[in-house]
Design a protein around this ligand. Structure first.
Ligand code: 5GP
Ligand code: ZN
Length: 119
């Protein structure tokens, strides 16, 4: 179950427009903005407006939020010119995956040949 939007969560603050971060796209349930430390020529984060610490926290009644986020990820990829070359969408859920911001987000990466492999 999602918590109320915590004030100390950086992505909650960004999603609410508190930090002046420019959105490259927005949907009903998600916002998209550029990663502060890009790992590829295009590196956009797609972030649900509601707070979930990670994918594991999405409740049975809330999966439409992730569907919305993935749809926005595909739209961002198209708008950023990534369709021909291709792109990657990933989420890190938990410490073994290297998650550092504890608000669910999907990385959209592309614009160059990405490193092979997933782990
Ligand atoms: P994670 O490691 O949790 O999967 O990804 C967190 C991502 O958020 C990192 O790629 C990091 O660069 C990015 N990030 C952290 N803080 C901020 C911020 O304040 N603004 C933006 N735009 N990106 C951030
Ligand atoms: Zn949050």
């Amino acid at each position: 179950m999602a918590e109320a939007q915590p004030n100390d969560c950086i992505f909650c603050r960004i999603a609410r427009g508190k930090l002046g971060t420019e959105f490259v796209a927005e949907s009903e349930h998600s916002v998209a903005f550029r990663d502060l430390h890009p790992q590829a020529p295009v590196h956009v984060l797609v972030v649900p407006k509601r707070h979930f610490a990670g994918l594991r926290e999405v409740g049975d009644e809330d999966w439409h939020v992730t569907a919305d986020a993935l749809a926005l990820a595909a739209r961002v990829a198209a708008e950023q010119g990534l369709y021909d070359g291709g792109y990657r969408v990933i989420t890190n859920d938990g410490p073994d995956a290297g998650q550092t911001v504890w608000h669910l987000h999907f990385h959209v990466l592309g614009g160059a040949k990405l490193q092979a492999g997933l782990g």
